[in-house]
Ligand binder design. Structure first.
Ligand SMILES: Cc1cc2nc3c(=O)[nH]c(=O)nc-3n(C[C@H](O)[C@H](O)[C@H](O)COP(=O)(O)OP(=O)(O)OC[C@H]3O[C@@H](n4cnc5c(N)ncnc54)[C@H](O)[C@@H]3O)c2cc1C
Length: 233
C-alpha cells in the first residue's frame, strides 16, 4: 500500500539557539503514532526535481493533540534546512512517516549511554522525555556535544533533569567538528566502559561522528547489534 503523505500546519516557530530552530506542526489528516527515536520525511517544494525529501527526527513524544515537534540546524547552503528556516506559523508542510528503527532498547537493568552531537541530540531528547514521563529509574548517561557553548542543545533542560533525577548523568562537551568531537568523547568513554559490564549505547549525529564511535565500541568488545546508531547524512 502506498504510504500516506499528508499536509501539516506549522503552529509555532521557536529559536532554541542562534542556529537551531524548532517547529511545532499538526498533521491535518491523521495523527501519527510513533516511537521516540523515529523520524518523518518532509517533502519540500524546492530543488531541481521537487519535492526534496528530508528526514527530521521527532523531538518530543507523541501527544494526544497530534502535535509534533521538529528541531533542525541551519546547514550552510542547505536547501532543505534553508527552506524550513523560512517557515512561519500557518504555513503548510507535507510529510510521511513515521520511519526508523532507532528506538529505545529494553534496558534490562543496564545503563543507557546516549551520545549525540548537535541536532543528533533530537531523537535522544525525545527518548529521555518519554522515559521520564513514565518515571523510569534506569541509569542513563547522556554525552551531549555542541559545536559552541551557545549551541548546546537543551542544555538547561538536561541540567535540570540531572538535578532532579539521581539516575540521570549529563556530560555536556564542546567540539567544533566531528573529528574533535570523536576524540573528546573517546577520551571520556575510556574510563566509563573499559573493563565494565556492557552498557547500551545509542549514538546519533553525522557519519563522521557516529562511525568512529561505533568502531570504538566494537573494538571494546561490543557486538554490532548492541550499538544502536542513527546517521544524518
Ligand atoms: C534519519 C534522519 C533523521 C534526521 N533528523 C534530523 C533532525 O532531527 N534535525 C536536523 O537538523 N537534521 C536531521 N537530519 C538531517 C536532515 O535530513 C538534512 O539532511 C539536513 O537538514 C540538511 O539538509 P539540507 O537540504 O539543508 O542540506 P544538504 O545540502 O542536503 O546537506 C549538506 C550537508 O550537510 C550535512 N548535514 C546533514 N544533516 C546535517 C545537520 N543536521 N547539521 C549539519 N550538517 C548536516 C551533510 O553532510 C550534507 O552532506 C536527519 C537525517 C536523517 C537521515
Amino acid at each position: 500500500m502506498a504510504e500516506l503523505t499528508q499536509p501539516a500546519t506549522v503552529l509555532s516557530v521557536t529559536d532554541l539557539t542562534p542556529n537551531v530552530r524548532q517547529l511545532v506542526i499538526l498533521p491535518k489528516e491523521q495523527k501519527l503514532a510513533y516511537q521516540p527515536g523515529q523520524w518523518v520525511s518532509l517533502k519540500l517544494p524546492v530543488g531541481v526535481h521537487p519535492p526534496l525529501n528530508r528526514a527530521y527526527s521527532l523531538a518530543a513524544p507523541a501527544s494526544p493533540s497530534g502535535e509534533m515537534t521538529l528541531v533542525f540546524d541551519r546547514v550552510p547552503d542547505g536547501m532543505g534546512s534553508g527552506y524550513l528556516y523560512q517557515a512561519k506559523p500557518g504555513d503548510e508542510l507535507f510529510l510521511s512517516g513515521p520511519h526508523g528503527a532507532f528506538t529505545l532498547p529494553q534496558p534490562n537493568g543496564k545503563e543507557l549511554l546516549l551520545i549525540g552531537r548537535y541536532t543528533g541530540l533530537v531523537p535522544l531528547r525525545c527518548m529521555l522525555k518519554a522515559l521520564y514521563a513514565h518515571r523510569d529509574r534506569s541509569p542513563i548517561l547522556l554525552i551531549a556535544i555542541g559545536p559552541a557553548e551557545g549551541e548546546l542543545l537543551y542544555h538547561e533542560e538536561f541540567l535540570s533533569l540531572a538535578m532532579t533525577h539521581p539516575s540521570f548523568r549529563y556530560l555536556p562537551l564542546v567540539a567544533t567538528d566531528d573529528e574533535a568531537a570523536v576524540a573528546l568523547t573517546v577520551g571520556m568513554l575510556r574510563p566509563l566502559i573499559d573493563g565494565k559490564p556492557h552498557v547500551l549505547p545509542l549514538l546519533c549525529g553525522r557519519k563522521g561522528f557516529v562511525r568512529p564511535l561505533r568502531a570504538y565500541f566494537m573494538e571494546a568488545g561490543y557486538d554490532r547489534k548492541e550499538v544502536k546508531t542513527e546517521t544524518y547524512d
